[in-house]
Design a protein around this ligand. Sequence first.
Ligand code: ATP
Ligand code: MG
Length: 330
Amino acid sequence: METPLLSVKSLTIGIRRSKSADTIIVDDLSFDIQRGERFGIVGESGSGKSLTLRAIADLLPKGVEVLSGSIRYNGAELIGMPTVQRRRLMGPEIAMIFQEPMTALNPVIRVGDQIAEGPRRYLGLSKKAAMALAIEMMAKTGIPDPARRARAYPHELSGGLRQRIMIAMALSCGPKLLLCDEPTTALDVTVQHQVLKVLEKLCDDSGAALAFVTHDLAVVNQTCTDLAVMYAGHIIESGKVKSVFHDPRHPYTKGLLDSAPDFDQPERDLVPIPGFPPNLAARTSGCPFAPRCVFAVEACTVAMPPTMEVAPGHNAACIESQHIFEGVTV
Ligand SMILES: Nc1ncnc2c1ncn2[C@@H]1O[C@H](COP(=O)(O)OP(=O)(O)OP(=O)(O)O)[C@@H](O)[C@H]1O
Ligand SMILES: [Mg+2]
């Protein structure tokens, strides 16, 4: 089989403590992303989605580190790779887009110059050629009058245009993997839809794979081919979007889908998942969803259920995963 573009194995992220047990935030995460694939990562706030992407990009916040596990990009191990070598991958191989472009853009540099910086540095283009590429990338993201807009400062542009600038910047060096952390959450629904379309088209054209973090299931449905559902630092279900959405096998996924507005029926009532998200500091050895789960049995509170393949390529970490939820509201 072909080497996956990205292969994450048993990744554990947390805070190292010298006098007590380490705080584990992301626990034993494994997933692969193939070339050109669009991989969604969903889960509620605090489940570890952003830290997972940041670990891949070597952008973990101070104090938070990869405690164990492996992240292979194109077969090469990133964990333990010298920083200089690893940073060289960022731009031409792996790029990242954040939720709020204002924090990622430099407020005092014209946006065209900011886009041109990567191609100058990584592709060795002259100033003139890099600016021509920047304007071309802006045009590809659908920014009207790109040559004029290239001279604007970030605050002179709307949120939707700024996010297009971020996309142009991220894709300017032709990365094979684009990491997106809620790239459209700050935008209103119409603009969000347009920006997603641009992102999808540009990734299709360049063959870039997408790792796409969101809490919006409708966005995953529109944009992604595959997904992983995270709960309290674990992947509790994964597979093709179609398979997982039509036949969820983990009660949490089922609950998420029941509580999301139906993509076709906006009027449908929301069904909230009872209970509260877990407190990471009070981690237990069992399934973190057990306290909120109507199917939970004693075994669920003893150990994390193993991940089982419930259909080809569709995995769930639930001992009840063989049950069909038809007609059951979790
Ligand atoms: N710098 C940090 N120091 C300590 N703990 C952190 C830090 N950043 C995040 N965490 C903790 O790690 C957990 C996961 O954070 P993360 O940002 O990955 O969640 P998320 O799934 O992206 O949530 P959201 O949907 O709100 O963006 C959270 O409980 C958070 O409190
Ligand atoms: Mg986040």
